[in-house]
Design a protein around this ligand. Structure first.
Ligand SMILES: Nc1ncnc2c1ncn2[C@@H]1O[C@H](COP(=O)(O)OP(=O)(O)OP(=O)(O)O)[C@@H](O)[C@H]1O
Length: 245
């Protein structure tokens, strides 16, 4: 099940230039890394996909269900850029609360919160106060909160910001496991090409509100300048795709 953007235009104010202009895009299967320079429109794409904001023209749908319908939100889950630990709540309570806000009854939310925390490797922190978690753990709590209901597409806005290389690796494994176990799609924005790994099925590069590249990791890496050492190919490909000629 994919999110499809068809001819979408979005501007933040009537007098402002559109951030996205006539964008057509379909979220691919598996994990997709959404790359692009500051201001390219990554968060805007994710917020539109989450139906937090609506396009001024064009249509967004999941399996034919338009983003204006209530049903649409059942299929998508969104983790915003910043996650706040709620004062006084344990990790499990915070995730359960997210479930309750999404319309689950208390006991389902409580049970699903436990499963979601397990999925992001935070089971042992279930009874710890959310405000005692580290930055990386708090982001995983954000993913667990997004996953608490049965979504088909998970949208993550810079989930790896501030993580060290080991935490990034662990996080990638967690995402791959989620895709394998739940069969859902994940679209995650990042600034860091280090988040690109062989297990990322897909790479989308946004530039000035347009899709500049959309393909597998291997397709993306083929844009690297020839002769670039293995460890720098992602950076080289990214520069080649985002530098104006
Ligand atoms: N609430 C807002 N009001 C006005 N302009 C906005 C607003 N939010 C974003 N913008 C503008 O829209 C453009 C795209 O922003 P967006 O946050 O989608 O980009 P991004 O690719 O996620 O950037 P970053 O990598 O810095 O997070 C930028 O020019 C930004 O200044």
């Amino acid at each position: 099940m994919s999110i499809a953007f068809t001819g979408c235009t979005y501007r933040y104010g009537r007098k402002l230039r559109p951030v996205l202009n006539d964008l057509s895009y379909r979220t691919p299967d598996g994990v997709t890394i959404l790359l692009g320079p500051n201001g390219a429109g990554k968060s805007t794409v994710l917020k539109l996909a989450a139906s937090v904001i609506r396009p001024q023209s064009g249509r967004i749908s999941v399996n034919g269900v338009g983003s204006r319908s209530r049903e649409y939100r059942k299929h998508v889950a969104w983790m915003p850029q910043s996650i706040t630990a709620m004062a006084g709540l344990t990790s499990r309570e915070q995730v359960a609360y997210a479930g309750w806000l999404k319309g689950m009854n208390r006991s389902d939310a409580w049970e699903h919160a436990k499963k979601s925390l397990g999925m992001v490797d935070l089971a042992e922190k279930a009874d710890s106060k959310a405000n005692t978690l580290s930055g990386g753990q708090l982001r995983r709590l954000g993913v667990a909160s997004a996953l608490v209901h049965e979504c088909r597409v998970l949208l993550l806005d810079e989930p790896t910001a501030g993580m060290d290389p080991t935490q990034r690796r662990t996080f990638r494994t967690i995402l791959t496991n989620i895709v394998d176990r739940k069969g859902i799609q994940i679209l995650m924005s990042t600034h860091d090409v280090a988040d690109l790994a062989d297990d990322a099925h897909h790479v989308t590069v946004l530039l000035e509100g347009q899709v500049r590249h959309d393909g597998t990791t291997q397709d993306f890496l083929s844009h690297a300048v020839s002769g670039t050492p293995e460890g720098r190919r992602a950076e080289s490909a990214y520069t080649a795709l985002t530098t104006r000629h």
